[in-house]
Design a binder for this molecule. Structure first.
Ligand SMILES: O=C(O)CCC(=O)C(=O)O
Ligand SMILES: [Fe+2]
Length: 227
């Protein structure tokens, strides 16, 4: 299941982030890739030890956590700190799968879902589409407005096309879901969407209550929660 959400970041937040990106120290992105992804990862990343990083990571994390649509669709149990990628002058990220587990021992999360939050105006750069690969060789390309996010299963191959003009900045977050299985998450999201639909049309009707009960009880059956 792929979910695209507009306006995850406000216009003011984008302005604040772009100002920090101007002066932030960048390092070679291959430093945070596993040994095989390193061969295809050709981008730059903000140094996570910098003060710029701490400020914009807070903004992006808060925006993710307050977004009701992302929370309802992904059912997060935990998320990583954001990484900030920059691609310019032909940089790209070739086909790869993300590391299945990220973080250090005692602080690790399973990466069920990857999120790219687009930070650059799509008209300001050429290329830079995020492309997800489906079974059977189909590829889907996404180039969203600044401030919009795409969430996609982290277990699929994906790549970022070369950026042949301008600069593409993006924030990346990985999420461990309370519901590990992508098919179950999709089913719950379908029911959640149906619930909202029915509520919009007829309020808290008997049908709404029946669908709500199914949704809630499936989530109760499948949710892995700790603490
Ligand atoms: O820049 C992007 O949109 C995706 C980057 C990516 O796939 C990764 O960092 O693993
Ligand atoms: Fe990736």
């Amino acid at each position: 299941m792929i979910v695209c959400v507009p306006d995850v970041l406000t216009a003011q937040e984008l302005v604040a982030i772009r100002a920090e990106l101007q002066s932030a120290p960048y390092v070679d992105g291959s430093a945070t890739a596993g040994w095989s992804a390193r061969t295809v990862k050709k981008n730059q990343q903000i140094d996570t030890g910098s003060a710029n990083y701490a400020r914009i990571a807070d903004i992006v994390r808060a925006a993710f956590q307050r977004n009701a649509l992302l929370q309802a669709a992904l059912l997060p149990a935990a998320n990583t700190q954001p990484l900030f990628n920059r691609y310019t002058g032909g940089m790209e990220y070739g086909a790869h799968v993300d590391a299945p587990v990220m973080g250090s021992l005692g602080n690790a999360i399973r990466t069920d879902i990857a999120i790219t939050v687009f930070l650059s105006d799509p008209r300001s750069y050429d290329g830079g589409e995020l492309v997800t690969h489906a079974n059977g060789g189909m590829e889907y390309a996404f180039k969203l407005d600044a401030g919009a996010a795409i969430a996609y299963p982290a277990n699929t191959l994906h790549h970022v096309n070369p950026v042949t003009r301008g600069v593409r900045d993006a924030a990346i977050i990985w999420v461990q879901s309370m519901v590990r299985d992508a098919a179950r998450r999709e089913l719950l999201w379908d029911l959640e969407s149906a619930k909202r639909d029915i509520f919009g049309r007829e309020g808290k009707s008997q049908t709404f209550d029946a669908v709500s009960r199914s949704h809630a009880n499936l989530l109760r059956m499948w949710a892995e929660v700790t603490g």
